[in-house]
Design a protein around this ligand. Sequence first.
Ligand code: IPE
Ligand code: IPE
Ligand code: MG
Length: 269
Amino acid sequence: MTTPSSKPTPRRGIADTLAQVAGGAVEQRLLKEIRAGPVPRHLAIIMDGNRRYAESHGLEREQGHLRGKDKLEELLDWCLEVGLRTLTVYALSTENFHRERAEVEELMRLFEENFRRIGDDPRVHQHQIRVRALGNRALLPPPVVRAIEYAEMRTQGYDQYRYNIALAYGGREDILQAIRTIATEVKEGKLKPEEIDDRVVSSRLYTQDLPDPDLIFRTSGEERISNFLLWQSAYAELYFCDVLWPGLRKLDFLRAIHAYQLRRRRYGT
Ligand code: IPE
Ligand code: IPE
Ligand code: MG
């Protein structure tokens, strides 16, 4: 917070300024190239590394999660800038509930605040972004569920962009709940076993009508899927970057999209 007594910010050295200008130029060039090519129809992000970021910056764990939430707000601008239509971010896995109680409570407070904020975000209304939470809501406390419902209700009529937040989400749980739904439909005679195909399964997953992700991007240097979109990622391109989520720069994001554009997708052919 700036107060009259706070110290003036030290003047940036010329080397810093030059580096910033050069970084900006690289960003602009990448952005131009990206806009000339196909962007992923659906980008999915595993936002990992909040606690390591906090530790390496001498911050409390909660501050790491808070900065991670701030980064997600920035990300929305970047996605709009490159013309991405569908974004899914992994905010909390079913396994993350096994973390210590105080951390889970911190996260729940952040989610509640964040869904309310998203529901009121002018960008969401200006660009007609439909917001949805993917995951098992029975695992979430009622104030978080109400905040989710608020954001979903305020954006339910929109169809220009899709913004999905996976929380209390697990790829296996997603598949299990789809199996249960299908089994019930078969039992009730609404579906025949021989009618169960890719399309039937996909439409019973939390992602329902969304296209499969074209690119899954994970920060923090870990190269694993950690139970994210297991069925949906069958032919997704994977991109891993060493930066911890709260420290992600626009340039890192643009590099991921650019790397995707250079990939040759074969789908087994
Ligand atoms: C990602 O950061 C956020 C959640 C999983 C909730 P982490 O909390 O996993 O932070 P690291 O990976 O331990 O640094
Ligand atoms: C994956 O990160 C889940 C989210 C980013 C929400 P984790 O930190 O939970 O995954 P692992 O434990 O490193 O596999
Ligand atoms: Mg992690």
